[in-house]
Ligand binder design. Structure first.
Ligand SMILES: NC(=O)c1ccc[n+]([C@@H]2O[C@H](COP(=O)([O-])OP(=O)(O)OC[C@H]3O[C@@H](n4cnc5c(N)ncnc54)[C@H](OP(=O)(O)O)[C@@H]3O)[C@@H](O)[C@H]2O)c1
Length: 264
């Protein structure tokens, strides 16, 4: 810009990356260029949230997606969950996948549902999100649809797998989830959607690693105790955390609720 002889620059947002962090503005001003801004940090950050989150934390940004019944269950007691939400909600979720670098599930979901974790929209020809599995102690199934998709497997130790394996040992034979999200970010997977199940979601929630939620609430009542969104005890009300509901959208018969954890 200096070489081009620009006279005035309007800056949308400051990049928090320590290698820049506003230093470009200082240089422009030193060269006699009028510099205004940042004029809309929030809007710019919202246009590329994974990038800004990664620059601040070194980790992938996690959007937790879930499909739940009106009484808050992601599956029945026997593990069946297909399909809780309507076709309209599921199509919307595919559009969401198209905006992600990766879609992540736990081994339990891989075993129970054999998901493909890809974007299946009529006429869609854009990039596909990487499939990511968090493995535990059980061997992963030899036959699963994601093996055709060059998946990334995050495991607590060496594991036989048809995908690329990253070993991220944590406590008690579990994957260290914060380290796992640094490993995914290192591979360029900045916006990651976690699609369950409840064990993986509970681990991420417990460690404060859920950065946003998109929950599809179906016009369906389970009418009993099935599987909760998070597989952990909700012991007392003071352990609950507030969230800010950003948006509520009607999708056919269902609702989509977008939220972020409240700050402070
Ligand atoms: N409605 C929805 O939105 C939705 C979405 C997804 C799934 N589901 C349903 O949820 C059920 C599956 O849920 P789930 O809770 O069993 O499965 P999950 O969270 O997908 O997977 C749990 C397993 O993944 C591994 N794992 C997770 N976190 C780990 C960590 N930090 N370190 C190491 N291993 C970790 C462990 O495997 P090991 O046991 O091998 O140690 C763990 O038992 C199915 O019924 C499925 O249909 C519903």
């Amino acid at each position: 810009l200096i070489e081009a002889g620009v006279s005035k620059v309007v800056v949308g947002a400051i990049d928090p990356d320590v290698r820049v962090a506003g230093s470009g503005m200082v240089r422009l001003r030193a060269a006699g260029i009028e510099v205004l801004g940042p004029v809309d940090q929030c809007v710019v950050e919202a246009s590329d949230p994974g990038y800004f989150h990664h620059r601040r934390t070194g980790r992938s940004r996690i959007v937790h997606k879930a499909a739940l019944t009106l009484d808050g269950q992601i599956a029945a007691a026997d593990g069946t969950s297909q399909w809780i939400t309507s076709a309209a909600a599921r199509e919307d979720a595919h559009e969401l996948r198209a905006a992600m670098d990766a879609v992540m599930v736990g081994a339990g979901t891989l075993i129970a549902d054999d998901p493909r974790l890809d974007v299946r929209l009529e006429g869609y020809a854009g990039p596909q999100p990487r499939a990511v599995v968090v493995a535990g102690s059980r061997p992963l199934p030899a036959h699963a649809r994601i093996w055709d998709r060059d998946p990334l497997v995050l495991a607590p130790g060496p594991i036989a797998s048809l995908g690329e394996v990253v070993v991220v040992p944590g406590h008690a034979g579990a994957v260290d989830l914060a380290a796992a999200l640094r490993a995914t970010a290192d591979r360029g997977l900045l916006d990651v959607m976690v699609e369950g199940g409840s064990v993986l979601a509970a681990g991420l929630w417990e460690e404060g690693l859920v950065d946003a939620g998109v929950w599809y609430v179906a016009a369906m009542v389970g009418g009993g105790v099935g599987r909760a969104v998070f597989d952990r005890p909700f012991a007392t009300l003071s352990s609950a955390r507030r969230v800010d509901i950003i948006d509520v959208t009607r999708l056919g018969t269902d609702l989509r609720i977008d939220w972020v954890p409240s700050s402070g």
